[in-house]
Design a protein around this ligand. Sequence first.
Ligand code: APR
Length: 245
Amino acid sequence: MSSGPGQRAKGDWFPLVILTGAGISKESGLDTFRDPDGIWKRHRLEDVATPEGFARNPGLVQAFYNARRRSLLDRAIAPNAAHRAIAELQAARPGDVTLVTQNVDDLHERAGSGEVWHMHGELLRAQCQACGHSWECREDLGEETVCPECGARGRARPDVVWFGEIPRMLDDIYGAVERCRGFAAIGTSGQVYPAAGLVVEAVRAGAHTVELNLEPTDGLGLFGEGIYGPASEVVPSWVAQFLEG
Ligand code: APR
């Protein structure tokens, strides 16, 4: 593990806020968005991840998310050592580790994390555009989907946050960052706001900050230190320092 000049005693990191992005799930078999083989290299985000795109062509958008949902539910997809290390840290420091994720997958939950703040929503949930009801959904969505609450047909959408929509739990997230003494961004390119700006709030709060990523991101200069390598390797070793002794 490499560490920068800002390294502090392990207790000084808590309360800790961890922000994760698609990179943490890459080694589990899920594609990231902006890497060379990323999702946004194959799909136009304006078409499949905006309210306008959905209004123009709901079938295309449903097909995009139906395919991603099926991939997530594929037997080959499982949490990796990075997800598990974070769950272990949460269990070891109850109430001291807030896990915020931009990911819509459920790999943190499958790894054992009890509380996960999904700021960009969840792929395995659907939302009714008629009544707003949200429900767990592991099936394809489409014109035949009926809302279990109000019975509306064909009004379901993936319960995810699209570009132009407001991320979830922002008050809670900013509150946790304002109170934190440590902030870690794991496997995120830092290209999408407001998530990308949380490190600035953490620095303002006086927190120690670290980026863990396959490689330095454009936001590297915002962090006190950086640790680079595959998440399944660097996250467990970074977490280990807090579990020892
Ligand atoms: N280990 C660690 N980091 C990795 C790995 C790995 N094995 N593989 C890739 N990464 C890093 C990449 O270097 C990159 O910095 O993960 C990051 C992935 O960045 P993005 O694809 O931009 O994903 P993310 O930051 O989560 O995107 C934010 O954009 O379109 C959206 O809504 C979507 O929530 C998503 C948001």
